[in-house]
Design a protein. Sequence first.
Length: 357
Amino acid sequence: MSSSEPKAVDIMILNAWYKVGFSDEFETEELKRHVVCEKVLVFWRTAEGEVVGFDDRCCHKRMPISAGRFLEGGVVECPYHGLAFNSEGQCVKIPSAPGAPIPKRARLLSYKVIEQDGVVWVWPGDAEKIGNVRPPATPEIVSPDWEHIIGELHIKGNSVLMIENGLDITHFYPLHGNTIGQAADSVIEFDLTTGETNGCDSVTVTRQADNYPQSDDFADLLTHQQADSYSIQTMVGPGTIIAGRTLWPAGGRKENKDPKCLKNYHFLTPIDRKSHKYTYVVNMPKGQMSGRDPSVRAVDRAKELFKDVFAEDIWAIEKQQEMCELPDGEYREVLLKSDMALARGRKVLDDLYKKEL
Ligand code: FES
Ligand SMILES: [Fe+2]
């Protein structure tokens, strides 16, 4: 890394879609406050069913609108002097000046919001830069054919460190050596592709290995211990990693015999350069049972297992964050061949970041 390249911990990209929550968290006319990329935002679902998002500062004296309340007609009243705002953010009432014209500029700054496949996304940057960029599809989250578990965690580390972690399975040993990982996973050859997903730059790494022994934990979740396996990790812009693994019994891949799979969404929402909200959704086909105990749903086993696995990742990322904050001095990072996906992902993110500077 040359000294002109930003470190992972320097980066914060505003022109991107970030998950703020799941659809069922946004009740009609209930105010929700979220911090995204150092912006304090307020969201609500209108009576018409649309989720809207604004800067949380009242345009009058910066009082948080999220501390306000709804009045008749779906307008939000600021708790300080009672200015009220409609679902377009326009001020529609000034109690200290009844009957007087309301200036057009008395409005809340608005942010673009998209609700799709059970996820609510916000674009905290310049709306004119959205172009054809859409949030990634997450159809399993709302499909009756899939079961899932969800975890949400506050991480004391830049979200880019989590993206680098998500693109890199060579950390499965030793970091996850007590859970899903084994050293042999790190030497499987990989393919790397870059492209576009819904208008976002994406990087995908895949690995395929036939007749290959799986860790006990993967064999538990995905049944087959001696297996043909396929794994995929895709970075979609700075806000999402999609990861999947499919196992077939050894020799079964070509005929797609008895496939067992999981598909994970990792949503990374920067709070600032030093922290982010991390949400994981582990999806498994309905009816997929534990290999160790076929009376237990695999997704229930995943719930226990991934709590430990993701705690290991978080431990590593928070340690990296601490070390990244030290002055570099003579220190130089050495990337390995196995870091090619990470390097490609980093390039995409660096370019997006530099474009915004
Ligand atoms: S600060 Fe909101 S009405 Fe005065
Ligand atoms: Fe990990």
